[in-house]
Design a protein around this ligand. Structure first.
Ligand code: ASP
Length: 313
């Protein structure tokens, strides 16, 4: 039987539960590849992956680059001050130019919500959204679910508290869609001014204090204050924010005794999360980074090949 095809990955709504689980299962195989002494398979040999990043990135850009290279694809990074966008070229012309080079996959990060779907409408390539403004960051949510699933065996019935600057976080949005699809309960916590308007329509509980969300949580996911997206002043000072919403060991004690802590990075140590928790035994932050390469290998593989092509691992 022909499997469901992953044409683009623009947001979690592009995925059925079956397809999301297929990405996670495929990533298990690729995680094993990334742990071998020779971390390379020829699965995407002859394919071209273009990383088009208009916003800063450490983890996402380098893991998509490594993912493509470990699958044997030709990978090129475009964007930022070195590209012609800094000379005033429009996104439309940049996409047409890259498409004319026969890219198979374009991975795009942009400050505007909807940018990835704009690119998808104009390119022949498969398009992966690596973060569009405050909208979605689907590969992050997939690697988060993958990390949780590896540590807790299943997502079914887990309580995941997502805490901090929810309003500006594309990570929170994608996770709030994916985790319930995979059987987990999501609760949100943040200052009232950093909870998105219409949060009720997300279909998850939200609190304007940290403590009720942390209670009995299996997973605590902390978010960075998105200073680059803050318009008006939405809280008094970082110090005050940290006192009320920073994750400390005392607060973490409200969660289940085997609760794990996650953060998509970059971390503002001492603001949303205390130093000792970042480096502590319950932190999965570096596991998330490792998972990021395997999950992005799975996404590239599923976007760039026919549904029935074997992994070649
Ligand atoms: N790296 C994540 C993102 O690009 C989270 C963050 O920047 O705080 O959305």
């Amino acid at each position: 039987m022909t499997e469901e095809r992953l044409r683009h990955l623009l947001g979690i709504r592009d995925l059925s539960k079956t397809l999301a689980e297929r990405i996670l299962d495929t990533a298990e195989t690729f995680l094993e590849v990334t742990r071998r002494p020779v971390r390379k398979v020829p699965t995407l040999r002859g394919k071209t992956v273009l990383n088009l990043f208009f916003e800063a990135s450490t983890r996402t850009r380098s893991s998509f680059e490594l993912a493509g290279k470990r699958l044997g694809a030709d990978v090129m990074n475009v964007g930022g001050s070195s590209s012609s966008t800094s000379k005033g070229e429009t996104l439309r012309d940049t996409v047409a130019t890259l498409d004319a080079m026969h890219a198979d996959v374009i991975v795009v990060r942009h400050g505007a919500s909807g940018a990835a779907s704009y690119v998808a409408q104009r390119a022949r390539a498969a398009v992966i959204n690596a973060g569009d403004g405050m909208h979605e960051h689907p590969s992050q949510a997939l690697l988060d679910s993958f990390t949780i699933r590896r540590h807790k065996k299943s997502l079914q019935g887990l309580r995941v508290a997502i805490c901090g600057d929810i309003a500006h976080s594309r990570v929170a949005r994608s996770n709030a869609l994916l985790l319930p699809m995979l059987g987990a309960e999501v609760v949100l916590a943040g200052p009232r001014t950093l909870l998105p308007l219409g949060v009720e329509s997300w279909g998850v509980k939200s609190y304007d204090r940290l403590e009720p969300a942390l209670k009995n949580a299996d997973v605590v996911m902390m978010l960075r204050i998105q200073k680059e997206r803050l318009g008006a002043r939405l809280f008094s000072t970082l110090r005050e924010y940290s006192q009320q919403f920073g994750l400390t060991s005392a607060r973490l004690a409200l969660a289940k005794s085997d609760a794990v802590v996650m953060h998509p990075g970059p971390v503002n140590r001492g603001v949303e999360i205390a130093d000792d928790i970042v480096d502590g035994s319950r932190s999965l932050i570096l596991d998330q980074v490792e998972a990021g390469v395997a999950v992005r290998m799975a996404i590239l593989y599923l976007c760039a090949t026919d549904p029935d092509q074997s992994i070649g691992a």
